[in-house]
Write a protein that binds this ligand. Structure first.
Ligand code: MN
Ligand code: MN
Length: 294
């Protein structure tokens, strides 16, 4: 990995570490989810970087991909199990991290468990192991009383690409892809009290540009705004849209020029916890750098 690229990954990670601290401070009962997301995204902007995707604030049986919308109404409750998933990039080099907050404390054991699974996985990673070996190791660290979510994975990252082809499953698998020095990827186990499967729920205010063709002046206007995100996911909150533009965005989704992500929910309604860090493999004299962790 080039020194300059490595430094950009590290710089993005440092900002995201600050964002994690801020997130923990502000994720208090009674807070509006829109305010929490904007506070975190503002911190990233104030540090001179851009969010790599809208802050995900997914509650209880929602595993991922809920982000507050314009005029968000949802408020955090004391007992909620909130996954805060944060990404920032410097010149396209992404740091991706997530933590879980539960103010009442009734799910703290499960949150500790997922943090420990991730910690062990990060220590297991070294050049030469396969994706299959890593997945098997991760699954073996999961305490019996919980299920690992089987159809959510970590992922390689690349410049302006949050999901760069190779997935990092949290379960035993036969993938012989060998992890190399200089690889960059996010590891993100999810544990649940449910069966361990995720389905698509309703739409969650996160979008990404797709290839579909468009007609119409307002549609092209909206696409121009979207172009600024360089192919990374974005929020309807970031577009500052007129009612006409909001309609145009819906048309863009219908025309497959934009994808509108569904919220991912546990099939049995089980509580889901998540922990995530981004790792640069073997780049520190053969040791890993976890960019999102101090
Ligand atoms: Mn993430
Ligand atoms: Mn991720």
């Amino acid at each position: 990995m080039e020194e300059e690229v490595k430094q950009k990954y590290i710089d993005a990670g440092l900002v995201v570490q600050e964002a994690r601290k801020k997130a923990r401070e502000i994720a208090e009962p009674g807070e509006n989810l829109g305010d929490i997301a904007e506070n975190i995204e503002d911190l990233i902007h104030n540090e001179g970087l851009e969010p790599a995707f809208p802050v995900n604030l997914s509650i209880n049986d929602e595993a991922a991909h809920y982000s507050p919308g314009v005029n968000e109404k949802r408020v955090l409750n004391d007992t909620d199990v909130l996954k805060i998933d944060i990404g920032a990039h410097k010149d396209g080099y992404i740091a991706d991290t997530a933590l879980t907050v539960n103010n009442s404390g009734e799910h703290k054991e499960m949150i500790k468990a997922v943090d420990e699974v991730l910690e062990k996985a990060l220590n297991f990673i070294e050049p030469g192991i396969t994706i299959g070996e890593l997945g098997t190791f991760i699954e073996n660290q999961v305490p019996q009383k919980y299920n690992v979510v089987r159809n959510l994975t970590g992922h390689y990252i690349d410049r302006y690409a949050q999901h760069a082809g190779v997935s990092i499953p949290n379960i035993a698998n036969a993938n012989t892809h060998v992890i190399q020095e200089g690889d960059a990827f996010a590891v993100e186990p999810f544990l649940t009290t449910g069966s361990g499967k995720i389905k698509n729920g309703k739409k969650g205010n996160i979008y990404i540009r797709k290839e579909g063709k468009v007609r119409g002046r307002t549609e092209r206007q909206v696409l121009k705004k979207i172009g600024g995100f360089q192919g990374l996911p974005f929020s309807s909150r970031w577009l500052n849209m007129s009612p006409r533009e909001q309609l145009a965005l819906k048309k863009l989704v219908s025309a497959n020029a934009v994808k509108h992500y569904p919220v991912l929910k546990e099939v049995e309604g089980g509580i889901v916890v998540q922990s995530e860090h981004t790792v640069l493999v073997g780049v520190d004299d053969g040791k890993n750098i976890v960019t999102t962790k101090s």
